[in-house]
Design a protein around this ligand. Structure first.
Ligand code: NAD
Ligand code: DAU
Length: 338
């Protein structure tokens, strides 16, 4: 697909910012619009090096706001939709914003798109969590969806809405369902960055339940490569699982982190389990493999590099832990489009 300009939603988040950097290397001349509301999860320092890039345009706005979409849509050939509320624990405490962002926000993006035939592709970023937990084997793209948290349930709504706009209205939608990402720029509320940064400060590592839960850890750049391949070669109307062959128990990861940092395993503290905690996620990603993708990074290598990144970016995560960005965003407003 020939792309001259693209709209990324949620581009100041973890995967969105990695994807924008990745995309800029692949397509140096395209115009990149980043529509981000700057919630607590955003970090404007993730793309500090883009300030001088004339073809990078940041628009502060909400995907639930049709008027901003109507200004942006005529300018772009494709959309990659990352924006979401993403932390499962927050969805258990305060689910409302998850429903509004994932379900209403995605609906608003799709409904608005009906009037813009210039947009050739809507790449919707879903998640492997929509299938729910599986004890043995792996879910295929046509497996039943069985989400268990308000986060995954609202992501399921978004995923099916995206499909319905393909099936009912013929919109050019592709759905990506990646497994757990890790790597640089991930918010410290998430498991791996939380454990690394706490261990660096000799603080306790709160391991939920017995630490037996399994996730399939995908290095964020491997995920970016998969998403880029879908932009180029994905089939309209299809969903694609993206996994990593890196299924690891949480307890093993906690031990690996303390060992890499030369800390004591006594930092690991078993705490009350997450409500409705899914035991294991596993997806079969044969379909995207057939398109020519497979992950490159081994988990041990990726984890070492990630630990090193957080060691070298203390200034970045200390600000996040202090909530400095959230306070700043309340005052800050910068948009290059009026
Ligand atoms: P993140 O929480 O790091 O970033 C989310 C970004 O979206 C933030 O910059 C935030 O400001 C923005 N945002 C939130 N609500 C918005 C709104 N209403 N309008 C505009 N912008 C808004 O998220 P992430 O971990 O990078 O995840 C990105 C996407 O990938 C999400 O859709 C998530 O469900 C999906 N996903 C994540 C993972 C993972 O392991 N992180 C795995 C699979 C799928
Ligand atoms: O599977 C993809 C999903 O992965 C994405 O769709 C979500 O946006 C993303 O947040 C992630 O969800 P998880 O719940 O799997 O990730 P999290 O980092 O919150 O937790 C990973 C595992 O670690 C999970 O089994 C819960 C456990 N955990 C987490 C935290 C924050 C702990 O034991 N202690 C903790 O403090």
């Amino acid at each position: 697909m020939n792309i001259n300009s693209i709209l990324i939603t949620g581009g100041y988040g973890f995967i969105g910012s990695n994807f924008i950097r990745f995309l800029r290397k692949k397509l140096p001349d395209i115009k990149i619009y980043n529509l981000d509301k700057l919630t607590y999860a955003a970090n404007i320092e993730n793309l500090k090096d883009f300030e001088e890039d004339k073809n990078y345009i940041f628009v502060r706005g909400d995907i639930k706001d049709k008027s901003i979409l109507e200004i942006l849509y005529p300018k772009v050939d494709a959309i990659v939709h990352f924006a979401a509320e993403t932390h499962v624990d927050r969805s258990i405490i305060a689910p409302g914003e998850f429903i509004m962002t994932e379900v209403y926000g995605t609906f608003n993006m799709l409904e608005t798109m009906k009037n813009f035939k210039n947009i050739k592709l809507f790449l919707h970023i879903s998640t492997d969590e929509i299938y729910g937990s599986i004890e043995k084997g792996s879910f295929k793209e046509n497996s039943p969806l069985n989400p268990s948290s308000p986060y995954s349930a609202s992501k399921t709504g978004a995923d099916r809405l995206a499909y319905s706009y393909f099936k009912t209205f013929g919109l050019p939608v592709i759905i990506a369902r990646p497994s757990n990402n890790y790597g640089p720029y991930q918010h410290v509320e998430k498991f791996i960055p939380l454990f690394i940064t706490n261990a660096l400060d000799n603080k306790e590592l709160p391991l939920y339940g017995k630490g037996e839960n399994v996730r399939d850890w995908l290095y964020v750049i491997d995920n970016c490569e998969a998403l880029f391949l879908l932009l180029e070669k994905g089939k309209i109307g299809e969903a694609y699982n993206i996994g990593a062959k890196n299924e690891v128990k949480n307890i093993e990861i906690a031990k690996k982190i303390v060992n890499i940092l030369g800390k004591d395993e006594s930092l690991i503290k078993f705490v009350e389990d997450r409500k409705g905690h899914d035991l294991r996620y596993s997806v079969d990603w044969t379909k995207i493999k057939k398109l020519g993708w497979q992950p490159k990074k081994s988990f041990d290598e990726g984890l070492k590099e990630t630990v090193e990144w957080y060691k070298n970016h203390r200034h970045w995560w200390e600000k996040v832990k202090r909530g400095e960005f959230s306070n700043f965003y309340k005052k800050y407003y910068k948009s290059e489009i009026q």
